[in-house]
Write a protein that binds this ligand. Structure first.
Ligand SMILES: [Zn+2]
Length: 315
């Protein structure tokens, strides 16, 4: 049974639609993570260029709009600081977005309140590293908390988008669906951020063979699921090419706690063509190439636990 209806109508529906369409096109062209330079291209609505967001404002509504915010944005600080992903660490089916300043009544924060009242779909630009954003849309402000100066943001699926005034919404069903979708979105952002950080740390090269093609590189977990949530931790990762990632995961190749590559006896005893000889056996006993920064090196305790598994399975 529908338990609530839209209290009033979003006056900006056509503009939001245009923004979402362009965003879909941009992610199709560039992938799920968008550089700021791409976002600044904006979108067109009735022949006019509008922006998705501005550098200065976390909460943004183009002047052509009259209702709630079009987008909200979190940024990752420039070098030297470790980005925090507090939201990703929580099991909640929601993101928590901090108000601008300490006054819930200021102009920016009121754009959040308005978006909540209208249940207007907006875009959450989630910063995964400096100048890189993961757009989440449609997103909804589900709670506006003047006491903690935060609002709760939930992601939904684009299939749920309906023109205002046409649909009765079941608030409970909406909340359950959005909670689920939000948790999935958090997991994806976590994986994307993990890959990005690990590949950067290893300068976009395989830690074993130094292959320098990002298209062929993956971020391998040393201990699976150890950091499924929370900070995407580079010390639990290794940049590996597809071949070496596969061999590592199948325990055909191990890495000792001090960072030496070791092949399973099975592989060592096999005689075969050039791939086995040059791409695998040649690295037996060699050290892995670690990141430049010691705080990004694989953690010894993680390697040790993983190596014990390798020894058990490769025996
Ligand atoms: Zn490799």
């Amino acid at each position: 049974m529908p338990t609530s209806t839209l209290s009033s109508t979003d006056p900006d529906w056509p503009i939001r639609q245009a923004a979402f369409q362009q965003l879909a096109e941009l992610t199709r062209l560039h992938g799920a993570l968008l550089p700021w330079d791409v976002l600044t291209q904006g979108f067109t609505f009735r022949g006019e260029l509008l922006y998705f967001a501005t550098k200065a404002e976390g909460i943004f509504r183009p002047r052509q709009m009259r209702g709630g915010a079009l987008s909200i944005k979190t940024t990752v600080p420039r070098r030297g600081r470790i980005p925090r992903y507090e939201d990703l660490a929580s099991d909640d089916g929601a993101f928590f977005y901090r108000f601008k300043g300490g006054d819930p009544g200021n102009h920016s924060n009121q754009l959040l309140a308005r978006a909540k009242d209208l249940q207007a779909p907006l875009i959450y630009f989630y910063g995964v590293e400096p100048g890189m954003y993961r757009p989440i849309w449609p997103a909804y402000i589900s709670r506006f908390d003047a006491r903690t100066l935060t609002c709760e943001v939930m992601a939904d699926e684009s299939m749920s988008l309906e023109p205002p005034g046409t649909a009765l919404h079941d608030a409970t069903a909406d909340r359950i669906r959005r909670g689920y979708i939000t948790v999935q979105a958090k997991k994806r952002i976590h994986q994307e951020a993990f890959r990005l950080h690990v590949l950067h740390a290893y300068e976009h090269r395989c830690a074993i063979c130094r292959l320098p093609r990002p298209e062929l590189l993956q971020a391998a977990h040393i201990l699976p699921d150890r950091d499924e949530r929370g900070v995407p931790a580079v010390p639990n990762g290794l940049a590996l090419c597809h071949l070496h990632h596969g061999a590592f995961d199948a325990d055909l190749l191990g890495i000792s706690p001090n960072g030496r590559i070791e092949l399973s006896r099975e592989l060592r005893d096999t005689r075969d063509g050039p791939t086995l000889e040059h791409a695998l056996k040649a690295f037996d006993g060699q050290p892995i190439q670690k990141p430049v920064r010691p705080d990004q090196w694989p953690r010894e305790a993680f390697l040790e636990e993983r190596y014990a598994r390798f020894l058990r399975r490769a025996a």
